[in-house]
Design a protein around this ligand. Structure first.
Ligand SMILES: *[C@@H]1O[C@H](CO)[C@@H](O)[C@H](O)[C@H]1NC(C)=O
Ligand SMILES: *[C@@H]1O[C@H](CO)[C@@H](O)[C@H](O)[C@H]1NC(C)=O
Ligand SMILES: *[C@@H]1O[C@H](CO)[C@@H](O)[C@H](O)[C@H]1NC(C)=O
Ligand SMILES: *[C@@H]1O[C@H](CO)[C@@H](O)[C@H](O)[C@H]1NC(C)=O
Length: 417
């Protein structure tokens, strides 16, 4: 029987709520199914970036910002393209290549060192470093259209007024050094990386239990260690340590360092088997930057297991449970499937603010992409098919000095740049 028009219309209206169904969980035993879900999350991530649309008022390659003009600082753009490059590499989904290339080229700056003149005044080494890690990833995954050279972190260390020597800047320097050592086969990078790691141990930024603290102030000789632990600090060290383990032909020294960091991070950041931004999540004080860390945690530690397969089963068992909770938190926004941040809470079905953000999408994309790395091949090097022409001097200019920036977390006002 044909329904009268108005009944059909009413029926449509009634069905609207179910049209806004939450993101469908994948079959976690099927790589293809995980890929399909990740594709949805990636598409929703790109809905926050409208840089290709006429009327875009922000620079090409960045998310709306920086505050107060939009939610996101410059570096989050670099981090987002990194998340998409990992996704692309694991899935073969090349539909965003043009946008990624355009963004990396646009933001690489006048000297191809990811210090575009517009941002230098407020930029810390870590901000620049996030873009450099994305360029490194492009090289390691043979991203076709040459983005700027990887590893260009060779800028002076100092931005006036910055006196907080943070772990993330040193961690990125270490991470890139380890990756350049592996990519180029040049031991000089490995030496810089190892010195940086030892400095962080000596200053107790990394302690004997494998905790990775946030930083300290130079006027106090970096002895006033800020004991806050953020997951991106641990993750950047873990990924770098896995590269050093590989570069040193599975040395016991780097295995011990790596295992210590991984054990401690699984305990600190996955208290109930679900990623939890320990320093701020429980009290609801995570700012946008901090709300982006879980994605790096999932991706970088997953990637570490590719080079250190003895960690794979242990890490993946936890990360799969975490990814399940992540997807369960994708139940909001205009289309009903944008993601939340508090996975432990959201996944548990309790109420939580129905906030949406590009960084939440990056996190869930990272969690799903990380699971795909169970079967990933090791990254290419110059000797195994990598085609990026690195610049041997990139990254070498700055000795293992402190990387300076103003205190990001102590003031409660978010990052300074
Ligand atoms: C620099 O700022 C100008 C003016 O705001 C803008 O048009 C341009 O796109 C910016 N360039 C980059 C690389 O961000
Ligand atoms: C990479 O390998 C090619 C060919 O083997 C060689 O000519 C080139 O110098 C290498 N580049 C670097 C940066 O090591
Ligand atoms: C690792 O092994 C390779 C090949 O056997 C060798 O050329 C290289 O020197 C070794 N590196 C280290 C740090 O032991
Ligand atoms: C290795 O890297 C260092 C630092 O960038 C550079 O000075 C040196 O020439 C490189 N060595 C080789 C063999 O390319």
């Amino acid at each position: 029987m044909r329904l009268p028009g108005w009944t059909a219309a009413a029926g449509l209206l009634l069905s609207l709520p179910s049209a806004l169904a939450a993101l469908t969980a994948p079959d976690f035993t099927s790589l293809d199914s995980i890929k399909d879900t990740a594709a949805e999350v990636a598409k929703d991530l790109l809905s926050f970036y409208k840089g290709e649309d006429p009327g875009w008022v922000f620079a090409i390659g960045i998310l709306p910002g920086p505050p107060p003009d939009g939610d996101y600082f410059w570096w989050i753009g670099g981090a987002m393209w990194g998340a998409l490059l990992d996704y692309r590499h694991q899935t073969g989904d090349t539909q965003y290549d043009r946008i990624i290339t355009r963004s990396l080229v646009e933001q690489s700056g006048e000297n191809k060192d990811f210090m575009p003149a517009n941002w230098t005044a407020t930029m810390g080494n870590d901000d620049q470093g996030f873009w450099a890690m994305t360029a490194m990833l492009a090289a390691e995954t043979n991203f076709p259209r040459r983005p700027p050279r990887p590893g260009s972190t060779g800028s002076p260390c100092i931005n006036n007024g910055f006196d907080y020597v943070n772990t993330i800047s040193n961690g990125i320097y270490f991470n890139l050094g380890a990756r350049l050592a592996r990519y180029t086969g040049n031991d000089t990078y490995a030496e810089y990386a190892e010195k940086t790691y030892e400095l962080l141990e000596r200053l107790k930024y990394i302690d004997e239990e494998g905790n990775v603290h946030d930083g300290a102030h130079l006027p106090k000789d970096c002895l006033d260690v800020n004991k806050l632990q953020f997951s991106y600090n641990a993750a950047v060290m873990i990924q770098g340590a896995a590269y050093m383990y590989d570069v040193t032909n599975q040395s016991q020294k780097w295995k011990d360092r790596l295992d210590l960091l991984v054990d401690r991070s699984l305990a600190v950041f996955f208290p109930n088997g679900v990623a939890y931004e320990y320093a701020c999540e429980g009290v609801g004080s995570c700012n946008v930057d901090m709300r982006s860390f879980k994605g790096y945690l999932h991706r970088w530690v997953s990637q570490a297991t590719v080079l250190a397969p003895h960690l794979r089963d242990r890490v993946m068992a936890v990360f799969e449970g975490s990814a399940r909770a992540a997807v369960a938190a994708c139940d909001r926004g205009d289309n009903g499937q944008l993601c939340g941040f508090e996975w432990a809470r959201d996944g548990g079905g309790a109420q939580s603010p129905k906030q949406t953000s590009a960084v939440h999408q990056m996190n869930v994309l990272g969690a799903l992409t990380g699971l795909m790395m169970k079967e990933a091949k090791v990254p290419v090097t110059n000797a195994t098919g990598g085609t990026s022409k690195g610049d041997a001097d990139g990254g070498a200019a700055c000795p293992t000095c402190g990387r300076w920036r103003r205190s990001p977390w102590a003031t409660g006002s978010g990052r300074g740049s």
